[in-house]
Ligand binder design. Structure first.
Ligand SMILES: CNc1nc2cc3c(=O)[nH]c(N)nc3c(CC[C@H]3O[C@@H](OC)[C@H](OC)[C@@H]3OC)c2[nH]1
Length: 373
């Protein structure tokens, strides 16, 4: 732990990086997977379980929390860490992405976004300054700039307009954030699937000398190879001594490959959301517990796992719980999936330290084909 925000590169293997982010609230081992805590909870999990699985940081969601219970209320209650009882770092998104995807968007212009709450229809205006203010009220440790993420496919002119405005919004967020040594504000690279726009965005944000950089505008439905191509264009432009965060990514395969392209931090609802719907991630690949073929399968998901949800419960029972729509089904599969994701990240970090990341990647992908399904 340190008084200021610091990132250290500990080892590299090709473009893969093993690092460490140190902040007053704790240290984040990278490459890191950050469980998504949307409305102040990692759904269906206790946060001490989340910690026990190896998570060094979780996400909070500005959009949801500003609507309910409200940013000023969370501040009056002592900030998000005290509210949800998680003392380690929290990263919050700026809310822009959720406004586009969840609210009935009223208008977006240079000033910011005006939208109606999907909770009660109330009207909100979110400017870059207000987004940083909200994240400050939540006492967030890593705050994201307000940006405009354009869904792909999109017209090049549209992608360029949104990317240019996001750079201007990054400048305004940097001013609004000011100087908070123990916290960080990350810029978000935009530019869609257009290499020269990606380069321009990354260069402009690098000029702002921010503490970290996210690669945004991806994992919005584009093919994996387009996402990886954009990383090839973006990562070399970003400063090597700052952390790189690929937003909304992804499947275990996405993560393996994105680490090989130079990414340090990840977030995705996949392990928790799909767990609630019966999908288990294992080292053998994915297992859909809704499928009738598991109805009398006495085996656990993986008897070699240290996670009780993975080691101690039969597939038959998990199948039964999911089919019966019992809460315990989603709880056990969320537990299994987050355990698998954190085990994958630990394996990735170790493989980079030992200079055998390419082998680790191949072995892991091969395991998914072995299909002990
Ligand atoms: C799924 N694919 C995906 N591509 C994304 C791209 C962007 C982007 O360009 N800009 C911003 N600002 N956010 C993005 C996001 C949302 C991440 C948040 O979404 C929330 O998860 C649902 C979570 O909030 C706790 C997380 O917080 C950082 C993306 N998600």
């Amino acid at each position: 732990m340190t008084e200021t925000f610091q990132f250290k590169l500990l080892a590299t293997d090709g473009k893969a990086r093993r690092g460490e982010v140190s902040m007053p609230r704790g240290t984040i081992r990278t490459p890191a997977f950050m469980p998504v805590g949307t409305v102040g909870t990692v759904k269906a999990m206790y946060l001490d379980q989340v910690r026990e699985l190896g998570a060094d940081i979780i996400l909070g969601n500005t959009y949801h929390l500003m609507l309910r219970p409200g940013a000023e209320r969370v501040a009056r209650l002592g900030g998000l860490h005290n509210f949800i009882r998680w003392e380690r770092p929290i990263l919050t998104d700026s809310g822009g992405f959720q406004v586009m995807s969840l609210s009935s968007l009223r208008k977006l212009n240079e000033q910011g976004v005006t939208f109606k709450s999907h909770v009660d229809g109330a009207l909100y205006h979110m400017s870059p300054e207000r987004s940083i203010e909200i994240q400050g009220l939540l006492d967030s440790d890593i705050q994201m700039q307000l940006d405009e993420c354009v869904a792909l496919p999109a017209e090049p002119g549209e992608i360029e307009r949104a990317m240019e405005m996001s750079i201007r919004w990054a400048e305004r967020c940097k001013v609004a954030f000011g100087d908070q040594p123990g916290k960080a504000m990350f810029g978000i690279v935009q530019g869609g699937d257009i290499p020269k726009l990606r380069e321009r965005s990354a260069l402009a944000l690098k000029e702002l000398d921010l503490k970290g950089y996210a690669v945004g505008g991806l994992a919005v439905g584009e093919p994996q190879e387009v996402m990886l191509d954009m990383l090839d264009v973006t990562c070399p432009v970003l400063p090597a001594e700052k952390p790189r965060y690929l937003m909304g990514v992804g499947t275990p395969d996405d993560i393996l490959k994105s680490v090989a392209h130079g990414i340090d931090m990840f977030d995705c609802v996949m392990p928790t959301r799909s767990g609630r719907h019966g999908l288990a991630f294992t080292r053998y690949g994915r297992i859909n517990l809704r499928n009738a073929r598991h109805a009398e399968d006495m085996r656990p998901l993986d008897e070699q796992s240290s996670c009780p949800a993975t080691r101690d419960y039969s597939r038959a029972y998990l199948h039964h719980l999911i089919r019966s729509n019992e809460s315990l089904g989603g709880m056990l599969l969320s537990w299994n999936n987050l355990a698998y994701y954190q085990e994958l990240m630990a394996g990735i970090r170790k493989a980079i330290e030992e200079g055998r990341y390419a082998d680790f990647m191949a072995e892991t992908q091969e395991g998914w084909q072995r299909g002990d399904l």
